[in-house]
Design a protein around this ligand. Structure first.
Ligand code: PMP
Length: 383
């Protein structure tokens, strides 16, 4: 059967495709170390597991309103008031199957085909892929070290600016000044914003400031995305939510209704419990130790420059001193050493590699990084 032209033009997400490839290799019995995406080795918080068990002992789990059960939405609104300083009410919250679904729905209701969406690169691949699925035009702009007023003034006109704070893959966290400048620019230009705060709990250094923590967030048109995947090690639970002005939430429900209806009630309960469980301190300490271990191992390599990330489960390395591009690097590393990572090409930055370092035990992490070092050293010598 012939497929629609729409989907025939599309490709699977580079990140999920690489992960799927690794899964298939593992299913064939191959010993692969997977740094391609970040799947935490931590369990979900105890309170989430308990809330789930309690829910399963109820006689039934009903359908809920598309945007989520009213009580759950009120608890999530309380979370963003308490933790993010966003003055939102329950009808300004929509529960989704992960931030990915919220992103798709937000873009769908905020822009029309042909509209421009500014995305800073390097970028999470789903931003570009989702724009393309919706016929929006992703406009990729290099993310500067600091977001200045001059930089913002140089941006082309667009319907939407996507901000990822904390940032995948660099680990950057926006300062209060940067947030202020972005807000002023949005207001002046009438651009709306989607702010993805999926990594808000994974900050090692610096404070997280939400762009929507201001009384005029509705007028500016800010939609903020949250996810339990990374913040609470709940990748497979597919649990997230968005905070948006009420009419935007209603529009997102109109889209969500015929597709998935509400997120599963069980997941809604788990999501609310997760975001009430506070800071994942033990997880963060473990990630920090791993981050520092990898930085120690790669320190001083002439072909790899890796800055210490202020947040997140990734290390982002510059390999432009090698004569190979990062796609070749990733392919050859996988076939010769059975270690998978994400080539920067997939994130809009050829010449870089991304290592997700939170999945396996420390010994495996060390073994994988040592294989990367051996591989890179050999390629560097034969330049
Ligand atoms: N946003 C970004 C930037 C991410 O990297 C991720 C995890 N890969 C997510 C959101 C999480 O999405 P989801 O809630 O759909 O798992």
């Amino acid at each position: 059967m012939e497929l629609s032209q729409r989907i025939a033009r599309s490709r699977p997400l580079a990140t999920t495709a690489m992960h799927g490839r690794v899964d298939a290799m593992k299913a064939r019995g191959e010993d692969v170390i997977d740094f391609s995406i970040a799947i935490s080795h931590f369990p979900a918080p105890d309170s989430v597991l308990q809330a789930t068990r309690d829910a399963l002992s109820q006689p039934a789990l009903p359908y809920t309103t598309v945007g989520g059960d009213a009580g759950i939405r009120a608890r999530l609104a309380a979370k963003v008031v308490r933790e993010n300083g966003i003055a939102a009410t329950a009808d300004e919250v929509i529960v989704t199957n992960g931030a990915k679904q919220a992103l798709y729905q937000a873009l769908y209701v905020m822009a029309d085909p042909g509209d421009a969406v500014i995305i800073f690169k390097p970028h999470w691949p789903a931003y570009v892929a989702t724009c393309k699925l919706l016929g929006l035009v992703p406009v990729l702009v290099d993310l500067p070290a600091t977001i200045t007023a001059d930089f913002l003034a140089s941006l082309p006109p667009a319907r939407i600016l996507i901000i990822n704070n904390p940032h995948n893959p660099t680990g950057g966290v926006l300062s209060g000044d940067e947030i202020e400048r972005i807000a002023a620019w949005l207001k002046r230009t009438g651009t709306r914003a989607i702010v993805d705060e999926s990594y808000e709990k994974l900050i090692f250094e610096g404070a997280h400031i939400s762009l929507a923590a201001r009384p005029d967030w509705r007028d500016i048109g800010i939609v903020t995305l949250y996810s339990a995947s990374q913040s609470y090690a709940m990748m497979g639970w597919r649990a997230g939510f968005a905070v948006a002005p009420a009419h935007v939430v209603t529009a997102m429900e109109t889209l969500q209704g015929p597709i998935t209806a509400a997120a599963p009630m069980l997941i809604q309960l788990a999501l609310a419990a997760a975001f009430e469980s506070g800071e994942p301190a033990a997880m963060l300490a473990d990630y920090r130790q791993r981050r520092d271990l990898v930085l120690d191992l790669v320190h001083g390599l002439p072909w790899l420059t890796m800055h210490c990330p202020a947040s997140g489960p990734y290390l982002w390395g510059d390999i432009s001193a090698l004569t190979m591009d990062s796609n070749q690097f990733a392919e050859q590393l996988l076939s010769e050493h059975s270690v998978a990572l994400m080539p920067g090409e997939a994130l809009g930055a050829p010449g870089f590699i991304r290592i997700g370092y939170i999945s396996d035990d420390i010994a495996t992490l060390r073994r994988g990084v040592q294989a990367i070092i051996r591989f890179g050293n050999a390629r560097y010598r034969s330049r």
